[in-house]
Ligand binder design. Structure first.
Ligand SMILES: Cc1cc2nc3c(=O)[nH]c(=O)nc-3n(C[C@H](O)[C@H](O)[C@H](O)COP(=O)(O)OP(=O)(O)OC[C@H]3O[C@@H](n4cnc5c(N)ncnc54)[C@H](O)[C@@H]3O)c2cc1C
Length: 482
């Protein structure tokens, strides 16, 4: 166990343990940093203000069911190599299932027949041709629209001009993509990946999604879905691993501020006024909390002050428990509907199913009655799977996270600071820092690893922690110039 000295204000100097690192925030950024520090045998203490770890990728206890419920389904993709590293390092990768076929429910049509469901998987060809069978499988689009999509994907992959970075909706119109191709494909992928509407997603962010997830490597788009509640993964099990590696975890311990002396961190002051000394601090809190935890002079520096300009997008999830199963599909992509994804999990020890429908870019729900939103989502499920109409809904609820992710606007990346702050020992981490990735779990993990790489470099240790991306296939490089 790490020896952490907690002293009153007067004892700051004597308390500094030169090796000790304090991580503030127990979301994925802080957890990745703590894991990386543990692998380097660096004494670490992690403070999390809430009673549980996981941050936004967390769960709450539903007392009526006595069950952990995720705030919202969190999925990862095959291209998220750093999150995969984290899970493998702590031995929890077996808690995810890998869905290699995506089930697309065709858009609503007039008439009583349920929509067709298309099961899309990759073909035997190398990237990017592996996508052709899947694109061909989107039958609801028609041949002309599928041809448009192929042209649009090639143009997007080749669009490398960062000076020309308009909203993707505008760019798609410029490329002659029809409303059907936009609503039946681009919107489906981008809104669920980036949780914003197409007028609020920059071309560069959209390109990143398609290049990393779809075009560069055959396995980039595979879906990794947790088999158990997030609390089990990022809470209990990860915390047990960290504990075994000597990391001290203090939940329910909010940090009031990072104390700076002579232009370097000397420790953190907790909300209960206790002090923990450390010359190296990883500040892994959400972007809107950073300035409050720093001295005024540092908070006023442009890179921190401008964090208030980062915009965020809400994500909502309808959770519903049914007394019986109405589909065998483990997930479904719902094209052109209120909800974009359906995830199904068996209820432990009961006959029915627990279903989550995720509504990304949920700003349009603002002000709507919660029960109405639930009703609309359930009605959509019944139209897609008529068997759902005869199932009884045992319980349902709507969870909305208002500041779910940072919005991938054209100006967003210029507002994201690097992990290295203006003070050597102080690192910033979080999905909102500059990682080259949109605000996701992968970005959070990357930021934690980059922060620790910086700390090690300051000790003269060149230890690359950031994991390489999936290698871009030779054909993809040749055809698309990736
Ligand atoms: C509804 C929803 C659905 C999502 N779906 C996906 C998905 O499917 N795939 C995906 O990749 N990403 C998804 N995301 C995004 C993903 O959850 C985040 O990108 C990621 O979890 C952010 O991790 P983080 O560590 O940067 O921040 P956070 O998770 O916000 O962690 C910051 C932590 O700091 C703590 N903290 C704050 N102040 C203090 C303080 N003063 N002292 C101590 N601790 C403090 C907070 O309590 C929190 O635990 C989703 C997000 C939401 C909200």
């Amino acid at each position: 166990m790490v020896h952490v000295k907690e002293l009153g204000k007067s004892n700051i100097e004597s308390a500094v343990d030169r090796d000790h690192v304090v991580v503030v925030g127990g979301g994925l950024a802080g957890l990745a940093a703590a894991t990386a520090l543990a692998t380097q045998n660096i004494p670490t203490t992690l403070f999390e203000s809430r009673p549980r770890l996981g941050g936004r990728a967390g769960s709450f206890l539903d007392t009526s069911r006595d069950e952990w419920i995720d705030h919202c389904q969190h999925v990862s993709l095959g291209c998220c190599t750093n999150l995969a590293w984290l899970m493998e390092t702590v031995g929890l990768d077996n808690l995810f299932r890998r869905d290699t076929t995506l089930h697309f429910v065709a858009p609503p049509t007039p008439g009583p027949s349920p929509p067709e469901i298309h099961h899309l998987s990759t073909g035997p060809f190398p990237a990017p041709l592996h996508l052709l069978p899947a694109l061909f499988g989107l039958k609801y689009l028609g041949r002309r629209h599928r041809r448009e999509l192929r042209k649009g994907l090639v143009a997007l992959a080749r669009h490398r001009d960062r000076a020309d970075d308009p909203p993707i909706g505008e760019w798609l119109a410029r490329q002659g993509q029809s409303p059907m191709a936009v609503s039946g494909f681009w919107n489906v992928i981008l809104v669920s990946a980036l949780s914003e509407s197409l007028d609020r997603i920059s071309v560069s962010h959209a390109r990143q999604v398609f290049v990393s997830g779809f075009l560069g490597h055959r396995r980039g788009w595979e879906l990794l879905v947790p088999r158990v509640p997030l609390e089990e993964i990022y809470g209990r099990r990860l915390s047990e691993w960290l504990d075994r590696r000597g990391v001290t975890i203090r939940t329910g311990a909010g940090v009031a501020r990072v104390e700076i002396r002579d232009d370097r961190p000397c420790g953190v002051r907790l909300k209960d006024d206790s002090f923990v000394a450390a010359e190296r601090v990883v500040l892994a809190v959400p972007h809107h909390r950073v300035a409050d935890l720093l001295p005024a002079s540092l908070a006023a520096s442009p890179s921190i002050a401008r964090l208030s300009e980062l915009e965020t997008a809400p994500i909502a999830a309808v959770h519903a428990w049914f007394d019986r199963r109405f589909t065998e599909l483990p997930h479904a992509v719902l094209v052109d509907r209120l909800g974009q994804w359906m995830f199904r999990r068996e209820m432990s020890g009961e006959a029915g199913d627990y279903v989550q429908v995720v509504i990304s870019a949920a700003g349009h729900l603002g002000g709507r009655d919660r029960s109405e939103v639930i009703e609309d989502v359930l009605a959509e499920l019944c139209r897609i799977w008529p068997a759902a109409s005869s199932a009884q809904v045992l319980q349902s609820r709507l969870v909305i996270e208002h500041r779910a992710v940072i919005s991938p606007l054209p100006e967003t990346d210029s507002l994201r600071p690097p992990q290295q702050s203006s003070l050597a020992g102080l690192q910033l981490a979080g999905d909102w820092t500059r990682t080259g990735w949109p605000g996701t779990m992968e970005s959070a993990v990357r930021s934690g690893l980059l922060a620790v790489e910086n700390l090690l470099a300051q000790q003269g240790i060149a230890e690359p922690l950031l994991q390489p991306d999936l290698p871009t296939g030779r054909l993809a490089r040749w055809l698309l110039g990736l």
